[in-house]
Design a protein around this ligand. Structure first.
Ligand SMILES: [Zn+2]
Ligand SMILES: [Zn+2]
Length: 404
């Protein structure tokens, strides 16, 4: 018997909500949004008095997506936004495999041209045949999810070890599809304005340092301890060819290398940059280039690609932990911090107990590596797959026609 994809997924999600009770902290103060098949947010400005009312709703409506505000309001359902009466907000960070340039994307993402029906692997934006715009179908695999997890762990490390947040103030969940969400729930952040949130992000990603943590007006240079130390180290390690790569002419680069020791000593003693070229304009130009390059290195070194707009948007609604992400058929599972290392989405975020095989029809799929096993490539064929993989492909729209 052949089932329609939407109906089939809905019946599965119904079973999940009937067997699970989802709790949300401070539920009565949050705004909710829900999505349907193919649309992440179809309706927002909803409120629920308590977890019971919320779970009744989930069992009755079976939404494909459930999101709630990071903010707390006196009147979560009121409109417009100002009428909700904001009282505070958690701080959220989103990490998404899409934002990381992992090599695996060339293997498992697909481009497709609706114009001339041609397609191929990778993320080609222009069709090589008709020069039209392509549509990208992206998948995830062990490699990009692992890279995303690494970023998540780096952030948690900074939050705890550099910024002094307590473990209990931080929660992490799988997004239900391509990444992880880290939430800080603390008095220390709840009243922060968007501007202050921006500053915290600047600190974490080491961006915006030029005007915030470094005071520089040639020849005066002052920076906070840790950054001053890395700047003097940066000066000391420069070689002529590094400086030439920054756009400094070889003659000047040579003079710079000869003056490195003097530059570091003077900087440490008097917080000024020495004159290397004997001409203020030329000196300033030289130091500008060195400092720019230093800042570039700092940003690179942070290696965190945070979706900044999400973090500073106080009014944002994000996936409710432990609900189903209907576009991937996985749970946006909350993960205890000390088990993050061994968390694997296709094992730990699979919503159902049994994992027998089901048959689905796949239009086209490149090879993807999931939980250590390769699947595909498939092209216009009927395939029998473990249910968690099959549901993922159905939810993503890569397959239809479920046959039991
Ligand atoms: Zn084309
Ligand atoms: Zn990948």
């Amino acid at each position: 018997m052949i089932f329609d994809t939407e109906q089939y997924l809905k019946s599965k999600y119904k079973g999940f909500y009937q067997n699970h009770f989802i709790t949300v902290d401070n539920i009565e103060k949050r705004e909710f949004g829900i999505g349907i098949f193919g649309k992440k947010i179809a309706n927002r400005h909803l409120e629920f008095k308590n977890d019971y009312v919320f779970n009744d709703f989930l069992r009755r409506e079976i939404p494909f997506y459930v999101s709630c505000s990071v903010a707390y309001y006196n009147k979560p359902a009121a409109r417009p936004m100002q009428a909700k009466e904001l009282t505070g907000s958690d701080f959220i960070f989103e990490f998404d495999a899409d934002d990381l340039p992992t090599k695996c994307k060339d293997k498992h993402d697909l481009w497709f041209c609706a114009n001339c029906n041609c397609y191929g692997t990778g993320r080609l934006e222009t069709c090589p045949n008709c020069k039209g715009n392509t549509k990208i179908e992206d998948y995830i695999c062990d490699e990009c999810l692992e890279e995303t997890k690494k970023q998540t762990k780096n952030l948690i490390d900074i939050l705890i070890n550099e910024l002094g947040f307590k473990k209990e103030e931080i929660s992490v969940s799988f997004s239900g599809h391509k990444g992880y969400h880290v939430k800080i729930k603390s008095e220390k952040v709840s009243k922060l304005t968007q501007e202050e949130r921006n500053e915290l992000i600047d600190y974490i990603t080491k961006t915006g340092l030029s005007n915030k943590r470094i005071e520089y007006k040639y020849p005066y240079f002052n920076a906070e301890g840790e950054i001053r130390k890395s700047f003097t180290e940066f000066i000391s390690k420069q070689k002529t060819k590094d400086l030439v790569e920054m756009g400094i002419i070889p003659g000047f680069a040579l003079k710079f290398v000869k003056s490195k020791k003097d530059a570091v000593n003077t900087l440490e003693k008097r917080k000024v940059l020495i004159s290397i070229l004997g001409n203020d304009d030329k000196n300033k130009e030289l130091w500008d280039k060195v400092i720019d390059s230093f800042l570039g290195d700092l940003k690179q070194g942070s290696k965190l690609s945070i979706d900044t707009s999400t973090s500073i948007d106080i009014f944002k609604i994000v996936r409710v932990p432990n609900t189903i992400h209907g576009g991937a058929a996985l749970i946006s599972k909350q993960i205890p911090l000390d088990t993050l290392d061994r968390f694997s989405p296709f094992v730990d975020a699979y919503p159902f107990n049994k994992n027998g095989n089901i048959k689905i029809y796949i239009e086209k799929l490149p090879q993807i590596l999931i939980a250590g096993k390769p699947y595909g490539p498939y092209y216009k064929q009927l395939v029998e797959l473990p249910e968690n993989i099959a549901l993922y492909l159905l939810a993503k729209g890569a397959a239809d026609g479920v046959i039991l």
